[in-house]
Structure formats: C-alpha cells, structure tokens
Design a protein around this ligand. Structure first.
Ligand SMILES: Cc1cc2nc3c(=O)[nH]c(=O)nc-3n(C[C@H](O)[C@H](O)[C@H](O)COP(=O)(O)OP(=O)(O)OC[C@H]3O[C@@H](n4cnc5c(N)ncnc54)[C@H](O)[C@@H]3O)c2cc1C
Length: 448
C-alpha cells in the first residue's frame, strides 16, 4: 500500500469534521533551502504536539505535512478523548515491570486530563468537553472484564463507575437489551478533532514553530552530520529528525513502516437529530466505544449529528455503498434514527502494532519516532508528542514519562492484508457468538 506522499491523494475527505470546521488555514509550501533544529515529518497530533512543546522550549522546529495539518487520522477520528490504553493498568504494570510499569500507567492515565489542560492553557477552541467516556459491554464475559478495568482504575484513584444494563440504556438512550452493562470513566470526553489539529498547528506556529503544508517528504538522508528532508518544493537541513506519520507511515524509513499495520476505520454521520431525539440519545454528552472485538464507537457532535464508526473496507476512500453494516447497527441501537438521512461517510488509517501498544523509538543519529496508537491516539498522540519533544530537547531516556523501545518490524508484514481480512472475519464470528450466547442466557433467565 502506497503512503500518502507516494500516492499523492491529499484532498480532504468529506467528513462531518471537514464540513463543520470552516475553511482550512493556508500553510505555506516549503521553498528552497531551509535550516532548522528539528524537522518533523507528519502534521497530526503527534507531530504538532512535538512541535508545540519544542517551540515552547525555545527550540527551532519545522513541520512537513504531506497534505495539510490534521489531514490524516487526527482530523478524521471520532473525537473521543479516552485515557489509558487498550491494555488494563495491571497488565501494563506486568508488561513494563516494576520500574516503568507504574510510570507508564500514570502517563497514559493522565493523557486525557493533560489534553484538556493543554487546550485551556492555549485557548484552543475545539468544542472540548470532559463529560466522560462510556464503555458498554456486549456480553457477560466482556462485563466481567469491564468490572475489573473499572476496579483497577479505582484502585489508582479514578472515580470510575460500574453501570448495570438499565443505567447504560438510560445514559445511551438506546434500545433495551443491546448492552448488559458497562463502565464510565469521568476523565474522558470529546473534541472536534480537526479543530483540535488546526488549533495545535496555530499554537505551535504562535510559539515559533514553522509549519508547512503540501510538503510530502520524498527522501531523508544524512549529509555532513545533518539530516536532509527533501520535498518537491524545498529541502530542509536539520540536526534532528522526527517521524510522526502513524497509520500513514510510508517507505522513508523501511523498518518503521514494517513496525505498524494500517487498518481502516470508517464513520457515518447522520443529519442533525431533531430536538426530541437529542434529549433522549446520549443526553449527558458521553462518548462511547463498546467492548466488541470489532468495536463500534459513537457520539453526537455539537450540532446533534449521530456519528458512528467501526472497521471499514481496506481503502482510504469510502462511499454510501460501504455503510450498510454501520447503518444497520445505528438503527438497531437507536431505532428512532432509522428515518434520519445520512449526511456523509469517511475513513482513515489506524496504526496497529504487534503488542497493541504505542511506541517511542530512538532510531540513531538523532532520529526519533512515535506511533502505533491502535485507535487510541486522540489523547495519547498529544502526550507522546510532548514526550518526543522532551527526548529531543535532551531529557535522558531513563527520565522520560514513557520508555524508548527498539523498532520491531513485524514478521510477515507483507502478508498483513490477507491476515487482517482473515482476522476480521474471525472476530466478526466471535462477536456474533458472544451476542448469541448473551441472548440464550437471557432467554434462559426469562424462563419461569
Ligand atoms: C476513523 C478513525 C477514528 C478514530 N477514532 C479515535 C477516537 O475516537 N479516539 C482516539 O483516541 N483515537 C481515535 N483514532 C486514532 C487517532 O485518530 C490516531 O491515533 C491519531 O490521530 C494519530 O495521530 P498522528 O499524528 O500520530 O497521525 P496522523 O494524524 O495520521 O498524522 C500522520 C500524518 O503524517 C503525514 N505523512 C505521512 N507520510 C508523510 C511524508 N512522507 N511526508 C510528509 N507527511 C507525511 C500524513 O499526511 C498524516 O497527516 C481514530 C482513527 C481513525 C482513522
């Protein structure tokens, strides 16, 4: 699969976010020879956060974005600010060991609070609301896992709430019997992701970073003890090089490309719901992602559109023909939405890693990377961008808030596409089996 720079398809997707964010600011293309301290490849949350934090420390930094800031996953996602990673805190502590484990849990647990604090510090207007993230359980096995998750965070001081099926139904405003329960994490919330990306770019520029759009980096190489990043319009010479390309990572650094597998997530947006439905559906403004292996995530936007996302076909552009399963799911969950027209659908790339964890890499010769958010990057990419900036600015790796790990290219990376297709089919079967087993348990319980 060609990367964005190789492919050259840099038109904005027809997303609800693009439709509601206003006209994009024009960032200049690089021209001629440019000198900078740090060159950042990729202008999403990771790259823009790194640039903002470096510029705040008085460092010279230049961002090269193939399309425009926020064009990648950062401007297309669900805008769900979710603290933590997919692995639970106890599992993270076991994985990272006694020295790093508690630090990693602190860092990932604080990611949502840190993002909301950064937004207010810089006055970034992106419809931010810390109204909580809700994870409903689709079967009793998932409910047991959810209970443990909430318990583990509660032991670490989070005011997490376990919810029964009725409470979940009321907070979602959904049909009865779809979810057996869930938990509510008050640290989570929502943003308009494209407005956030553009706001980060403005804040970084305001702090002294140089941001370039339509700047696909075609080649990076060492020359006279410096890095050279070449774009069609200009060449940048820098002491340090950062990769912040996540699911859009191309062949610039081959082992990085092979360390992540891009999968596609697709979203639909209805027309704004009428006031009586807005009062019933997600009345407290929660954002939601469920426990299925092929997770569904949904929320309302500021104008009352219902946005729902899930795994999409293996391509960047999707159209009305691709949305049947998501439509059906929206109507199953919220039967009153059946008559509301769909406004649009779009997709983006999520970067998966073998261990389902994001990674911070030191690539040698003052080159670094942060990527692999596994679909949990709204808060975490901004956090890793900040930590990248600390690393580049000279904080020793042992003092960072997240460990630096070697790049581990996935074996059989070339087979990723058929492997993902097979895994997706298998997960779909398992999710159906879970739901069927729940229905049969409920049917048994309903017997007199
Ligand atoms: C549909 C969808 C829904 C999601 N929903 C959520 C959610 O609700 N909550 C959550 O926490 N996470 C969510 N995510 C994940 C989250 O969006 C990402 O983890 C996060 O945005 C990653 O940010 P990033 O800056 O690392 O990468 P990106 O935002 O993808 O930015 C990478 C950039 O690199 C640029 N680039 C690539 N190659 C080059 C090159 N050679 N030269 C110059 N530029 C280059 C690309 O153009 C791109 O803009 C979702 C993702 C998708 C796709």
């Amino acid at each position: 699969m060609a990367g964005v720079a190789e492919q050259g398809d840099t038109a904005w997707p027809d997303s609800a976010w693009v439709r509601t964010a206003g006209s994009p600011p024009m960032w200049p293309q690089p021209q001629g020879d440019i000198e900078t301290g740090t060159v950042v490849v990729g202008g999403g949350f990771t790259g823009l956060s790194a640039a903002l934090h470096l510029a705040e420390q008085g460092q010279s930094v230049t961002v090269l974005e193939a399309a425009d800031p926020g064009w990648g996953a950062s401007g297309r996602n669900g805008g769900q600010v979710i603290p933590g990673l997919k692995a639970d805190p106890d599992a993270l502590e076991a994985h990272f060991g006694p020295e790093w484990g508690p630090r990693v849990v602190r860092t990932v647990g604080a990611a949502a609070d840190d993002l909301f604090e950064l937004l207010s510090r810089h006055g970034i207007a992106c419809q931010a609301r810390q109204s909580g993230w809700l994870q409903p359980a689709h079967c009793s096995r998932a409910m047991a896992a959810v209970r443990q998750r909430a318990d583990q965070w509660r032991r670490r001081g989070v005011d997490a709430r376990v919810l029964d099926g009725d409470e979940v139904r009321d907070l979602l405003g959904c049909a009865p019997g779809v979810y057996v329960g869930g938990w509510l994490d008050p640290r989570g919330g929502s943003v308009h992701p494209l407005a956030l990306a553009r706001g980060l770019a403005q804040a970084a520029a305001g702090a002294g970073a140089v941001i370039h759009g339509r700047a696909p980096v075609a080649r990076v190489h060492r020359e006279g003890g410096h890095w050279r990043a070449e774009t069609p319009g200009g060449r940048v010479r820098a002491q340090r090089l950062l990769f912040a390309t996540n699911g859009y990572t191309d062949g610039l650094w081959p082992s990085l490309r092979r360390s992540v597998v891009p999968v596609f997530s697709q979203q639909i947006a209805t027309a704004p719901l009428p006031p009586e439905l807005r009062e019933r559906i997600l009345p407290q403004g929660h954002v939601v992602s469920d426990t299925r292996r092929l997770m569904r995530y949904f929320r309302l936007d500021d104008e009352g559109r219902l946005l729902m996302g899930g795994r999409g076909p293996f391509r960047d552009r999707v159209g009305p023909g691709d949305t049947d399963a998501l439509n059906r799911e929206a109507c199953r969950l919220f039967p009153d939405v059946a008559g509301i027209p769909l406004e649009t659908t779009w997709a983006g790339r999520v970067a998966m890693t073998a261990d389902h964890l994001p990674h911070l890499h030191a690539l040698g010769n003052d080159a670094y990377a942060a990527m692999g958010y596994n679909g949990r990057g709204v808060a975490m990419a901004v956090t890793l961008g900040r930590i990248l900036a600390d690393l580049v600015a000279g904080t020793p790796a042992r003092d960072l808030d997240f460990p630096v790990t070697p790049v581990r290219p996935l074996r059989l990376h070339a087979l990723r596409r058929p492997a993902i297709a097979a895994l997706t089919t298998w997960y779909r079967l398992l999710d159906r089996r879970d739901e069927r087993s729940r229905s049969s348990v409920e049917a048994d319980l309903a017997q007199p």
